[in-house]
Design a binder for this molecule. Sequence first.
Ligand code: ATP
Length: 298
Amino acid sequence: MREVSVRAPAKINLHLGVGPVRPDGFHPLATAYQAISLFSTVTARPNAQWEITCETRPGIDGGGVPLGASNLALRAARLLADHAGVDRPVSLHIDKGIPVAGGLAGGSADAAAALRACAALWELGLPDAELLTLAGRLGSDVPFALVGGSAAGLGRGELVEPLADNGRYDWVVLTFDEGLSTPAAYREFDALHAEAVVPEPEIPSALLDALAAGSATALARVVGNDLQAASLRLRPALAEPLAAGVERGALAALLSGSGPTCLFLCSDSDHAESVAAGLTTYGRVLHAHGPVTGATIL
Ligand code: ATP
């Protein structure tokens, strides 16, 4: 095989329940993920040495993407090579359509795409369960980028179970040039809850019902993000576009993961156009729908 290209989606958290910090520093999560139609494509080719290149689609700033050994896609490929005992370096090319450091798990999408691409290029015939275990070692959101659709994420988010979802949901995705650090958001969460007993997180059963019914209006009533208050303390200005989207008629407005990306749930694509028109002064507006499939060979 001369090359393999794999496309992987961005994730949003329809609900992000965050529990009390564990001794290892991680927080137990109970999240409902949805894969949305913003994608990264990773192409793997046999090469004399390990190599990574990245181009970004118009409107995506790739400035924060490391082009060395710390790139998550390259780490994924090398982890798989070590695991499978393969000594066949590749060049990886990332074509990035997911904003960086936006709470959309773009790096995780690249890693999932690299895992699937290299597994195919090297004809490893690995069962998906094995790929999922490796994915979980790379990062909490990487297994979901392999699975896609709508799914529950437990543990650190890496234990993924597909959820029944009979809907198609239109999202307006408002992104900003300056990202927010996920570890900083969790530190702020801990500071905010220093005096409180944080309960074990769970996914509301009404959210599972809303997805099974495929109802955007029912979903709008139950979406939520436990990190939002912490991220808003780090970036108070985000309150304004969230409120503006609701004023424009969005069914719900919330941060994606640790932010700063803001999500606006709409009833259809016309409604999304109208909500988006009121948000262009705040940042870059993208349209997306979910759920979409996880990392897929093109
Ligand atoms: P997280 O997954 O931590 O919630 P995020 O979704 O907010 O992160 P990402 O786009 O995944 O944001 O980027 C987080 C950081 O990961 C970047 O600032 C960058 O330094 C690092 N990184 C490593 N590899 C990649 C990659 N292939 N693409 C983007 N960022 C990467």
